[in-house]
Ligand binder design. Structure first.
Ligand code: HEM
Length: 489
C-alpha cells in the first residue's frame, strides 16, 4: 500500500503536489482559526475554563474530593469526564455550574453538559427527533456487542475510555476481518481484554439463540420467554423486515448485557446502602414479614409493589446512585434548547449541528431545585412526602421512572425498567428476609465507566496500592430461617 502511494506521489507533477499540500494546509488553518472569525454560539454558557486544546479541557480545577485517581490525571483533559474515579467530578460540576454547562472535547470542541429539567424535556420530548446517540456510542457498541467487529484500538498509548472517542474513525479501517487482525496483533493487555469480552458476549448470544430455537422446536407454541418471542416474530415477518442472523445476535447481546451490568450495579449499591443503614434494612424486613403473615402464601406482583419501604429504598438508591450517570447525544441539526437560569428565568441556547450533549442523569437526579436542599443525601423517606419532584418553575424531570432520570425518558428510554424494578425487588425480598447484611472493613470505591461498579481499595499512607473488583459484604443467616428450604416470594 505504501509503495503504491510513493509511486503515485513520484509520478505526480511537483506543481500539482504543491497545490495539494497548500490546499490541505489552508483547510487545516481555516479549521483552526474558525473560532476567531465565527464567535461561538455557546459563548455565554458557564463552565470550566479550557486548559488543554488537544484533548479538551473539562475543568480548570482539580477537585480534592475526586480522589487520587483524578488528581493524578493531567488537568484539562477529556479523561476527567471519563475517568474511573471521576464520579465526584460529575457531581461537583453540576453543583458548581448548574443545569447547563459548557465542557470541551478534542481540539477545543464545545459540548454541553445538561441536567436542567426544561432542557431535558425538550431534548427527550418534543425535539427528540433532532438528537441521536453519538457516533462514538453507536460505533463502540457495534465494535463490542456486534459479532466479530472488535476493532477499536490500534492506539495502544491511550486508555480505553479515550480510545472510545476514536471508535467512529477506527471502525472504518477496512473490512471486519482486517480490524480483527489488527486487534489480535495489538500488544496491549486492555485491548486483548476487550477482545476476549467481546468474544464471550458473542458466543453467549449465539448459545442463547440456539437454546431458544431448540426450545421453540420442542415446545411449539407454548413458549413465553422474550427471546423465543423475538425469534417467532422474526420467522413470520416479511423478508424485507426480517432481521439477519448477525442482527439477531446483536439484539440478544445488547439485551442480555444491557440488562445485566446495570441491574447488578443497582443491586450492589442497594445492598451496600442497606448494609450501612441497618435501621432501614430492618424496616424492609418487618414489612416483608407483615405482608407474608397477612397473605399466608407467596407474595404476588401487586403485593410486592405495595411494600412502601422496599419501593422507597429502590427509588432513592436509583436516584442518588444511578448505575448509568450520563448518556450522550449528538444534534442532527441546529436547534435551540430552552433552559432555566439560576435566577429562575427562561433562557435558550442555539447549538450548531453536530454538537455533543452530555445528558447528566446523576446531575439531574441531584438538582437541589428539584429535590430540595438535601438532594445529595440518601433519604428513602423523601418518597413518602408527596410529590415535590418539580423545579422552582414547576418543571418535572422527564424520567420514565417516577420522575428520576436513571432509566432516561423519551422514546429511547430503557425498555427493561419494569423488569429491572421487579427483578431487584424480588432479589431484595429473598436476601433481606433471610440474611442480616452488614459491611466489612474493606474500603469500597465506586468506579465510573459507562456503568458504575464497586471495587475494594487497599491503601498505604493514603496511596492506593491495589484495587480489586467486587463488593464484599457480611451476610448472617437469620436464626428463624436456618431450617427454611423455600423462600416466600
Ligand atoms: C437498574 C437497571 C437498569 C438501568 C439503570 C438501565 C438504564 C438504561 C438507560 C439509562 C438507558 C438509555 C441509554 C441511552 O439512551 O444511551 C437504557 C436503555 C436500554 N435498556 Fe436499560 N437499564 C436497566 C435495566 C435494563 C434491563 C433489565 C433491560 C432488559 C431487560 C434493559 C434493556 C435496555 C435496552 C434494550 C435499552 C436501549 C433502548 C433503546 O435504545 O431504545 N435495561 N437503560
Amino acid at each position: 500500500m505504501s509503495s503504491h502511494l510513493s509511486t503515485l506521489l513520484s509520478r505526480m507533477s511537483p506543481a500539482l503536489l504543491a497545490v495539494l499540500i497548500y490546499y490541505a494546509l489552508f483547510r487545516i488553518l481555516r479549521w483552526l482559526l474558525k473560532p476567531l472569525y465565527s464567535p461561538s454560539l455557546l459563548r455565554d454558557i458557564p463552565g470550566p475554563r479550557p486548559q488543554s486544546w488537544f484533548t479538551g479541557a473539562s475543568v480548570g480545577v482539580i477537585y480534592p474530593s475526586c480522589g487520587e485517581g483524578l488528581t493524578r490525571t493531567k488537568p484539562g483533559n477529556l479523561g476527567q469526564l471519563f475517568n474511573a474515579k471521576g464520579l465526584p467530578f460529575h457531581h461537583d460540576l453540576v453543583e458548581r455550574y448548574g443545569g447547563m454547562i459548557k465542557v470541551y472535547g478534542f481540539f477545543g470542541d464545545e459540548q454541553l453538559y445538561i441536567s436542567d429539567p426544561r432542557a431535558l424535556q425538550s431534548i427527550l420530548g418534543k425535539e427528540q427527533d433532532a438528537y441521536e446517540e453519538t457516533a462514538v456510542f453507536v460505533e463502540t457498541n457495534r465494535v463490542i456487542f456486534g459479532p466479530g467487529l472488535v476493532s477499536t484500538t490500534v492506539l495502544r498509548f491511550f486508555s480505553l475510555s479515550l480510545v472510545r472517542q476514536f471508535a467512529p474513525f477506527l471502525v472504518r479501517l477496512g473490512p471486519a476481518w482486517m480490524r480483527r487482525r489488527l486487534v489480535e496483533w495489538t500488544p496491549n493487555a486492555a485491548v486483548q481484554k476487550v477482545k476476549r469480552m467481546s468474544d464471550v458476549m458473542h458466543q453467549t448470544a449465539v448459545d442463547i439463540l440456539a437454546d431458544a430455537r431448540e426450545g421453540l422446536r420442542q415446545e411449539e407454541n407454548d413458549v413465553k420467554n422474550i427471546i423465543s418471542l423475538l425469534l417467532r416474530a422474526n420467522e413470520i415477518a416479511s423478508a424485507k423486515e426480517q432481521l439477519s442472523e448477525t442482527e439477531l445476535t446483536g439484539q440478544i447481546t445488547v439485551m442480555v448485557f444491557g440488562a445485566q451490568d446495570t441491574s447488578s450495579s443497582a443491586l450492589s449499591r442497594l445492598l451496600y446502602m442497606l448494609a450501612v443503614r441497618p435501621d432501614i434494612q430492618q424496616n424492609i424486613r418487618l414489612e416483608i414479614r407483615a405482608a407474608h403473615a397477612s397473605a399466608g402464601r407467596h407474595l404476588n406482583l401487586d403485593e410486592i409493589s405495595a411494600l412502601p419501604w422496599l419501593d422507597a429504598v429502590l427509588k432513592e438508591t436509583l436516584r442518588l446512585y444511578p448505575p448509568v450517570p450520563f448518556v450522550r447525544r449528538s444534534a442532527l441539526e441546529e436547534r435551540s434548547i430552552p433552559f432555566s437560569t439560576p435566577s429562575g428565568n427562561v433562557s435558550s441556547v442555539t447549538i450548531p449541528r453536530g454538537t455533543t450533549l452530555f445528558l447528566g442523569i446523576a446531575g439531574a437526579n441531584r438538582l437541589q431545585t428539584v429535590w430540595g436542599p438535601d438532594a445529595a443525601e440518601w433519604k428513602p423517606d423523601r418518597w413518602f412526602n408527596g410529590d415535590h419532584k418539580v423545579d422552582s418553575s414547576g418543571r418535572r424531570l422527564p424520567g420514565i421512572y417516577s420522575g428520576i432520570m436513571s432509566f432516561l425518558g423519551g422514546q429511547r428510554s430503557c425498555i427493561g425498567y419494569k423488569f429491572a424494578e421487579i427483578e431487584i425487588k424480588i432479589l431484595l425480598i429473598v436476601l433481606v428476609s433471610r440474611f442480616e447484611i452488614s459491611p466489612t472493613k474493606h474500603d469500597i470505591v465506586w468506579n465510573l465507566s459507562q456503568i458504575i461498579s464497586p471495587s475494594v481499595k487497599t491503601t498505604d499512607s493514603g496511596h492506593i496500592i491495589s484495587e480489586e473488583k467486587g463488593l464484599p459484604l457480611r451476610m448472617k443467616l437469620i436464626e428463624e430461617h436456618s431450617a427454611d428450604t423455600e423462600f416466600l416470594i
